[in-house]
Design a protein around this ligand. Structure first.
Ligand code: HEM
Ligand code: HEM
Length: 291
């Protein structure tokens, strides 16, 4: 997938999610904002209640989206036969799309009434979505190949070296500028941080690096490097800084990501099991939607 194709792929997901949300709110805002006791008298009640034609449909479509989002990602990631189909990172993006829009549809299916044992499924769904957002943040802190597998420390250092080589070969920079960039990210002297240091480190780095990049920009301008090249050099320097920051946090992020799986997966299982019971009960009570 080229960069443009990837942007279109992500835009499609974002636009679909927004259209779904806006359409539901357009047709249902009045209903969903009516107090539960008065909804019976609302003209949209027949369609939008959890067993109404639209409300029930939202539950079914949302649940199917989540099932598809989980199944495709798990199959692609865990079954060897499928490891060659597409790039894992793109399958994760597909997972995130289906497993964000799906829960949103289920939320409207419940019509904001969270009663009965199925409420456990609902709150597990909320927990899995919230943990997903945290997991996604941790996931992107761990440097990966395009395929999505984790890079080793040696490979990260090689990537950093490749950026330095690019600076040398493409921009004909003086050794003093090169060493200034290298000093911003002295990769050989990076200290690994522990869990307690994580949050202060993250913010301190953001602040310090912005300052160092500002200095580098002034030095490049003073060294008569042209404007276009300055932007490209700063872009590469930013990538080097990001790599250095990720090296410092690598062990802790790998550990956090391992613990994180322990939370994300069980919530997903609880949600799915109770959802199946809920669907079984609904069918037993004769709620078969359009079938
Ligand atoms: C994770 C997915 C789902 C969650 C969290 C969920 C949650 C809920 C909630 C909270 C209610 C309202 C309960 C109340 O009135 O107090 C409800 C009602 C209902 N749901 Fe679901 N639902 C899900 C999926 C489904 C699916 C896939 C179906 C259809 C096969 C379905 C069919 C129904 C029906 C028919 C009702 C109305 C039941 C009645 O009025 O007695 N739900 N659901
Ligand atoms: C109802 C919603 C969701 C369900 C049921 C769900 C379920 C799952 C499952 C079963 C896995 C595989 C875990 C494993 O390989 O051990 C997974 C992985 C993952 N999910 Fe979700 N998820 C949901 C929503 C989300 C959301 C909203 C995000 C991000 C915003 C997200 C981000 C991730 C990430 C980053 C991984 C890990 C990928 C990896 O380790 O390869 N998930 N999810």
């Amino acid at each position: 997938m080229t960069k443009i194709q990837h942007n279109l792929y992500i835009s499609f997901f974002v636009i679909t999610g927004i259209i779904a949300l806006v359409s539901i709110l357009y047709f249902g805002f009045d209903y969903y904002s009516t107090p539960i006791e008065e909804r019976f008298f609302n003209s949209a009640h027949t369609e939008l209640k959890p067993n109404g034609i639209i409300g029930h449909g939202l539950g079914i479509i949302g649940s199917l989206m989540m099932l598809l989002g989980v199944a495709t990602y798990m199959i692609r990631k865990r079954i060897k036969k499928f490891t060659r189909i597409g790039v894992l990172k793109h399958w994760l993006e597909f997972h995130i799309f289906l497993c964000s829009v799906g829960p949103m549809l289920v939320l409207f299916h419940t019509a904001f009434k969270f009663g009965g044992i199925v409420a456990i499924s609902f709150w597990s769904m909320v927990a899995v979505v919230a943990s997903g957002v945290i997991g996604r943040f941790i996931y992107i802190q761990i440097p990966r190949t395009i395929q999505g597998s984790e890079l080793s420390l040696t490979e990260i250092k090689q990537e950093n070296q490749a950026y330095t080589n690019k600076l040398r070969s493409d921009y004909k920079l003086s050794e003093s500028i090169i060493s200034e960039v290298e000093n911003i990210v002295n990769i050989e002297h990076i200290k690994e941080i522990n869990f307690k240091q994580l949050i202060p480190f993250y913010f301190k780095e953001l602040f310090n690096n912005r300052k160092k990049l500002g200095n580098l920009k002034s030095n490049l301008s003073a060294g008569n490097v042209n404007h276009e090249n300055i932007n490209s050099i700063l872009k590469i320097s930013r990538k080097k800084i990001l790599l250095a920051r990720r090296i410092s946090m690598l062990r802790i992020m790998q550990k956090l990501f391992k613990y994180w799986h322990v939370a994300h997966l069980p919530f997903a299982i609880v949600m799915l099991v109770i959802m199946l019971v809920h669907v079984g009960v609904a069918i037993a009570f004769g709620y078969t939607w359009i079938f």
